[in-house]
Unconditional design. Structure first.
Length: 188
């Protein structure tokens, strides 16, 4: 009987500990296997956009299911077309794709609503994250100046209300994962 109670305690404690780490998403909901290699189930796109007197400008991060990624600056020109300037590109390893999928799960990408944040004011600044059919947009960011990362900027701009801060923290975690994975390898 004591052995059964100990075993049950271990199971319950294990469930509590593992349940507290994740938000309910599972990394495998973002991954698939193709030809024996891990891939994302869909492209992942993150778009930071600032609208101002010069029009809409920003940065777009695109990670293809295969792990190929690119980062481009954009500027909306006449007729709604975008002028793109490549900044950097690379390819994630299968291990990096798994780490990215875990970050998407840990930060609850599937839980985010279509729109969050504050009501946009003059010169709206936003971040949109899209994975397959799932699109979520954080609005109402202040203009970003200086060398800080976008994730850091979102964390600093988060409102003080606890519930709103949770959503901003989720976005910041997702943004940080994308920014971290879309860096050129450091020279040895």
């Amino acid at each position: 009987m004591a052995r059964s109670a100990s075993f049950l305690s271990i199971l319950v404690l294990g469930g509590v500990v593992s349940g507290s780490i994740s938000r309910g998403d599972d990394a495998h909901m973002y991954l698939t296997e193709k030809d024996g290699r891990k891939e994302l189930k869909a492209p992942l796109t993150m778009r930071e956009e600032q609208v101002g007197f010069a029009g809409a400008t920003g940065t777009v991060f695109i990670i293809e299911p295969s792990g190929q990624w690119k980062v481009e600056r954009f500027r909306r020109v006449g007729g709604g077309k975008e002028e793109l300037t490549p900044l950097r590109k690379g390819t994630l390893t299968p291990s990096q794709l798994e780490t990215l999928a875990k970050a998407l799960a840990d930060h609850g990408l599937s839980e985010l609503t279509a729109k969050a944040g504050r009501e946009p004011k003059a010169n709206p600044h936003s971040v949109t994250i899209q994975f397959g059919q799932k699109t979520s947009k954080l609005e109402g960011l202040p203009p970003r100046r200086g060398p800080s990362s976008l994730a850091e900027h979102v964390r600093k701009a988060a409102p003080e209300q606890e519930q709103a801060t949770k959503v901003w923290d989720q976005f910041a975690g997702l943004i940080q994962a994308v920014e971290r994975h879309c860096q050129e390898p450091k020279a040895p």
